[in-house]
Design a protein around this ligand. Structure first.
Ligand code: HEM
Length: 312
């Protein structure tokens, strides 16, 4: 499936709200502004082939492009602090199309609907007089939206990573896989770093170069590829598939869908920075769940793309 840029008033309002919090930096994404792209290969294990017809989850290796990022809308935030980190993967399929898997270092999200997310942004806006965020407004948001509490707990304990290559990343939303026999199953994806999660203390994080994560991964690749395993959690009937704030029970069956090896920085950084990594860009054998945040991300990313590609 190819994603066509679309806009909605709500998406414009949300991206405007994001700009009020982080600022607008011409030519940059309105979230995950600073990033760096790498060449990779994905080798499916074959274990997903009976559950989905998706081309990259059968038996043959496919090339991929991976963009690692710092979640802030400002490209100038420090890497050595607790913050969101993104891992966006574009799998290049044999028929010339692509499918994207966009993940962060959080297992669940902070809002269950786009409208709630807009309310969250309003709660995070800085007071024009004091210039700071009012913690009482954030507390009120969580009180009115108790489903967001798990996500905020995860935010509070976000790691300061040794490397982009030592972080665990979740794609959060449910997706629906369909097999060649026409049977469907809801799934959730997670990338597990080969090293296991490796973190820095706050003191060690503060001592790093401001943007150490980019150079660290480039240097790490000199010693060989950096690997991640794609683990997939399978839903049982009754598990929520339309709510990004709710995790499934930890004992749900998981399969290993494949292994990603990051090999080198992409030669053309500008070309890949100019792309959209869109979580709704799925392919045959994978469908979107009814999660309203997932569908909305397509619209919000299109608004951001439109602004940055016009150098706004
Ligand atoms: C209402 C919810 C959300 C909104 C409004 C939102 C908004 C955005 C926007 C505007 C961008 C920049 C897009 C571009 O210019 O290409 C972005 C990028 C990104 N978002 Fe979200 N996002 C949301 C939820 C999520 C969730 C749930 C995840 C994780 C599963 C996520 C992970 C990312 C990542 C990793 C990127 C960087 C992608 C890249 O490297 O190109 N976002 N987001």
């Amino acid at each position: 499936m190819t994603s066509q840029p679309t806009t909605s008033t709500l998406a414009v309002d949300v991206v405007d709200g994001m700009e009020r919090i982080s600022g607008a930096y011409p030519g940059y994404r309105r979230a995950h502004a600073r990033g760096v792209c790498f060449d990779a290969t994905f080798t499916p294990s074959g274990d997903a082939a009976g559950l989905t017809t998706a081309a990259h989850l059968q038996h043959a290796q496919v090339p991929a492009t991976v963009r690692f990022s710092n979640s802030n809308g400002s490209p100038h935030t420090l890497d050595g602090a607790r913050a969101g980190r993104g891992m966006a993967v574009k799998f290049h399929l044999p028929d010339g199309t692509a499918t994207d898997l966009v993940a962060v270092n959080l297992p669940v999200f902070l809002a269950s609907t786009p409208e709630n997310f807009l309310n969250l942004l309003a709660a995070l806006e800085k007071d024009p007089i004091t210039g700071t965020t009012d913690p009482a407004r954030l507390a009120a948001y969580i009180q009115h939206n108790p489903e967001a509490a798990a996500g905020f707990q995860a935010v509070a304990t976000m790691p300061i990573p040794v490397s982009y290559g030592t972080v665990r990343y979740w794609a959060i939303h449910a997706f629906e896989w369909t097999s060649a026999a026409g049977q469907s199953r809801f799934v959730r994806y997670r990338w597990e770093p080969d090293t296991g999660p490796l973190d820095l203390s706050e003191v060690d994080g503060a001592a790093q170069e401001p943007e150490y994560l980019t150079g660290e991964l480039v240097r790490r690749l000199v010693d060989g590829p950096v690997g991640f395993t794609l683990r997939v959690q399978l839903a049982e009937p009754g598990d929520p598939t339309d709510d990004a704030t709710k995790a499934w029970p930890a004992d749900r069956e998981e399969i290993v869908a494949g292994r990603l090896e990051i090999t080198a920085p992409s030669a053309d950084q500008e070309r890949w920075a100019g792309e959209i990594f869109d979580p709704t860009r799925v392919t045959d054998g994978i469908a979107l769940s009814a999660d309203p945040i997932l569908a909305f991300r397509h619209d919000a990313y299109a608004v951001s793309y439109d602004r940055r590609s016009h150098n706004a």
